[in-house]
Design a protein. Structure first.
Length: 318
């Protein structure tokens, strides 16, 4: 009796298949989203200016829809905040230990609205398909019913239609991600504040920022997968601090570092070098740092999520 030959097992690592939502930013931006970046400079060294430039570039690209601020200095930067479209209700104090849970709630509310928008778009697609089969009025009644209180964008369907023609509903945001909200959170002047000091909810938010606002999964539909995510910028005088600095757990989960105006200490540069040691040799790292800092206001940018569109994970300025 012949023995059955065992099937050879393929031990190669394979990426899981299936639909997923993926943002591909323009090559001049960072390699992936969401962002989680530390912006470091001495006081008055250009952190706020760098933050403003990053946000406006992403707004211009349709990848920044709502900005949340955690800062005690909102009032003194009010002019810039207005230019960035920051709403006062989206500003939290770093003294508020509950701020992380409030930020998560904002992202989840954006998710809930986006889910409603997607359902309205699906109903509209069904309506359009039926229009060719039974006419506008019959299709409208079939999909939306005869209830006069049914609305689209807050207006009565029948008042906004002509003989059953229904206007196409719109998502809350008209952006580069098909209406999927892109929410950002900026932490400024938070060192030595309760939000940084032994705050478990803050650590969890920073580590799980890619998964915040999880969508209700629907197979084969990329917009219904993953989480909305939360992009984060941490504006810091020091990457490390004796008390109330950016927690080590958060530092280890950063995707980008930006050293502005050549102001990092030797210890901070050593920490950055060690973080990059698996990708670039020590001597090459410091050579790249020196190359990036040619002029007084230059910045050394490290993007751990750089993709094939970017020539390198290291940049001089943005």
């Amino acid at each position: 009796m012949k023995k059955k030959s065992k099937k050879k097992i393929d031990m190669k690592i394979k990426l899981p298949k299936g639909a997923k939502f993926q943002i591909n930013p323009p090559p001049e931006l960072f390699g992936a989203m969401p962002i989680s970046a530390a912006l470091h400079s001495a006081p008055g060294g250009g952190k706020t200016t760098m933050m403003y430039n990053i946000l406006t570039k992403y707004q211009d690209a349709g990848l920044c829809d709502r900005v949340i601020m955690v800062t005690p200095t909102y009032g003194s930067n009010r002019g810039m905040m207005d230019m960035l479209g920051v709403d006062e209700k989206d500003v939290f104090s770093p003294m508020d230990k509950k701020a992380p849970s409030k930020i998560v709630k904002i992202v989840e509310e954006e998710r809930d609205q986006f889910v409603k928008d997607l359902y309205e778009l699906e109903k509209y697609e069904e309506y359009q398909e039926l229009c060719g089969q039974m006419g506008f009025l019959a299709a409208k009644r079939k999909v939306y019913g005869d209830d006069q209180e049914k609305t689209i964008d807050g207006n009565d369907i029948y008042e906004n239609s002509n003989l059953g023609i229904v206007p196409k509903p719109k998502t809350r945001y008209q952006n580069a991600t098909g209406g999927r909200p892109n929410v950002w959170c900026i932490y400024d002047d938070c060192i030595s504040s309760p939000i940084f000091e032994k705050n478990q909810s803050f650590n969890s938010l920073c580590i799980q920022c890619r998964h915040v606002g999880c969508m209700p999964y629907r197979k084969g539909k990329p917009q219904w997968t993953g989480g909305l995510g939360l992009s984060q910028l941490f504006l810091l005088h020091a990457i490390r601090s004796e008390r109330g600095g950016l927690p080590a757990l958060v530092r280890k989960n950063l995707y980008q570092f930006i050293i502005i105006n050549n102001t990092a200490s030797d210890k901070e540069m050593q920490m950055l070098q060690e973080a990059c040691s698996g990708r670039v040799k020590k001597e090459e790292f410091y050579a790249l740092y020196d190359q990036a800092n040619q002029d007084p206001h230059d910045s050394f940018v490290i993007d751990f999520l750089a993709n094939d569109q970017q020539p390198s994970m290291f940049r001089r300025n943005l």
